[in-house]
Design a protein around this ligand. Structure first.
Ligand SMILES: [Mg+2]
Length: 72
């Protein structure tokens, strides 16, 4: 998971540095998929439940709505 999160950070940072283009979006999709795969596996292997993660998603959404314009 840590390794895949690092790869996702790299894909995000390349977009931040060089901008969005189709090749970088493809790389971003690949890394998001890799991380999502491992998130799913952690839930399948009972490291955490889907409900616990869903609860946290709601907390994060509330923070973003309060402190960012991402939901505007
Ligand atoms: Mg990867």
């Amino acid at each position: 998971m840590a390794e895949e999160c690092g790869e996702l950070v790299q894909a995000c940072m390349k977009i931040q540095r060089h901008g969005l283009d189709p090749q970088r979006v493809t790389a971003l999709i690949e890394e998001v998929g890799d991380v999502q795969c491992l998130i799913d596996l952690m839930q399948v292997h009972n490291v955490m439940t889907f409900e616990e993660v869903d609860k946290r998603i709601e907390v994060k959404k509330a923070k973003l709505k309060q402190w960012s314009s991402l939901y505007d």
